[in-house]
Ligand binder design. Sequence first.
Ligand code: NAD
Length: 250
Amino acid sequence: MMADETTLADLARAVGAARTIAVLTGSGLSAASGVPTFRDAQTGLWAHYRPEELANPEAFERDPTTVWQWYRARRQTLAEIVANDGHRALADLANELPDVRLITQNVDGLHQQAGHSNVIEFHGNIRVNQCHNEGREVEVDDAVDTPPACPHCGGLVRPGVVWFGEAIDPQAIERATQAAQACDVFLSVGTSAEVHPAAGLADLARRNGAHIAEINPDATPLSDRVTWIVRDSAARVLPELRRLSHNQHA
Ligand code: NAD
């Protein structure tokens, strides 16, 4: 691990020289936009629930209204939120460098809002609705207090996110695995590195010879296995990383 002053410059050199870069983002990246991280989301009415108790299929089947209303509150928060400099810097890096593959655990759609196309959404997208029975995406009025009925089968409609205990889209797994195996540099950004299988991607990259960077104000279970640690907000670090790696190319 490198000392902090030289870390960013050294990381920028590696980013500038890499053939392929994989980036895994978590809710910490969106924190600077005002989206609460998973742990911080539990305020007010929701303070006495743990996110894992609500974000699972059994909870929805037992008490669909409570789970729906939790997501409704999170969607309402998101309606007023915009992408930050960190999301924009990653979108710019993807345009400037030969091969940047972005995997996000975030369900907020802010990478796309920042102009990033081709995002691997590992945990789905909270702005989308899907039928809980059939799994297909549906168009419904979701500004309501109870889960709407699926227009096709009458089943309950739920947010299009992957809950604890549910399978991740095999295509997302495949693309993320390929990105981790192909990359020279893996950036772990704003994630607690605790939710699997996303958390395993950095180790997969490492086993395939990549160097890992962690951008997070706090330590994570990954911290002792990375080459570069940048203990600061991703919204501050990523624009600087982009600037330094850009200067190197110019
Ligand atoms: P997490 O809440 O477990 O961890 C967030 C991490 O971000 C922590 O390690 C924290 O130290 C770090 N962090 C906080 N502020 C930061 C900042 N300014 N810059 C950089 N890092 C910062 O979130 P996770 O690792 O993404 O995984 C948990 C699950 O939460 C995922 O499944 C995800 O789908 C879901 N989630 C998504 C959103 C969203 O879409 N924005 C919000 C909440 C939860």
